[in-house]
Design a protein around this ligand. Sequence first.
Ligand SMILES: Cc1cc2nc3c(=O)[nH]c(=O)nc-3n(C[C@H](O)[C@H](O)[C@H](O)COP(=O)(O)O)c2cc1C
Length: 353
Amino acid sequence: MFYQKKFVGVCVIKSYQVRHIQVNPGLVLSPMSGVTTRPFRRLIKELNPGAVGLVVSEFVSVEGMTRGSQRTLEMMKFSEEERPYCVQIFGYDVDRMRDAALMVQDIGADLVDINCGCPAPKVVKRGGGCELMRQPEHLQKIISEVKRSISIPLTIKIRAGWDEGSRNALEVAKMAEGEGVEALAIHGRTRSQLYRGEADWDLVQEIAERVSIPVLGSGDVVCRKTAEARLKGKVAGLFIGRASMMNPFVFTEILNDEPSRLKGNHALMLDVLFRYCELLREDFQESSCGGKFKQLASQMCRGAPWRKQLLQLNALKDHEALLLAVREGRWRPAALETEEAETVDVSCDMFSA
Ligand SMILES: Cc1cc2nc3c(=O)[nH]c(=O)nc-3n(C[C@H](O)[C@H](O)[C@H](O)COP(=O)(O)O)c2cc1C
């Protein structure tokens, strides 16, 4: 493992290497269930040329994969331009985890990642996600079996621990390194915290000091300022999740220290949304596109006067018709929409509640 440093402005944006895979820059599109589908990942790669070092799929159930669920298998689909590409799997059963990791390898992904951080009850009740941090011996068995079976690099994503009384991220990181995991990401909150409070980046830095594999941090990176504050010491790179929905240009803006492109630029918002419609249609049936479109639009278009109306529509073709009306200057607020739309800045402190 070695680090390169890319000097941009006054800050150092690092890159890192996992075996033969260069993650350059060390800015990673964080896995988000229901969000980081192929259309979203492609959109983010297109909008940030050269600024996204790695993209990760949404988490994929090893139960669904190994039972042959077509819908689950489709979640792994990717395009060549996405490389390097990582598929994240979740589950509990050692044999299914191994078989699923082999399937990830077989489809040609560059990396496989094990989810050890998901807090969702339906996942942890079945032993997956953050529950694996409560059962480190079982996690060790999974890692050891997966490592023994695959030839592509294995990474893991963990939380600080289950709760305040069991913050075992360091122990899990050391165990994982010992078993041959080649990089790990830490979301510095416990399972009990969910998304409340602040992510503990001191912990990320401490773990980066104490193991020799690349350690990435996750949590509340939303702009250049927050990136600089977190990319300290031996931390190899940053996972960026929710901010990519609020501001899909966030990777470029962090890398190049640029101001927000979208802020007040409704024409650009429309371009992004029209492109997202095209990408969604390539992968999903028309009936599922509208919901996915709204997920991005609701986050990205805060402050736009037509946002509320857009979110009241369900079909993608209706979304497009409204966007077209806006683009052509034909859009008028509906009677119910005359009150001022909520105004939220797409800048730095969007998560500093
Ligand atoms: C809607 C949503 C879905 C998520 N799904 C996953 C997932 O599938 N796998 C995972 O490891 N983390 C998942 N996360 C956690 C994020 O990857 C990330 O660690 C967390 O949101 C903190 O980073 P952020 O502040 O940059 O969003 C999800 C987060 C959100 C908001």
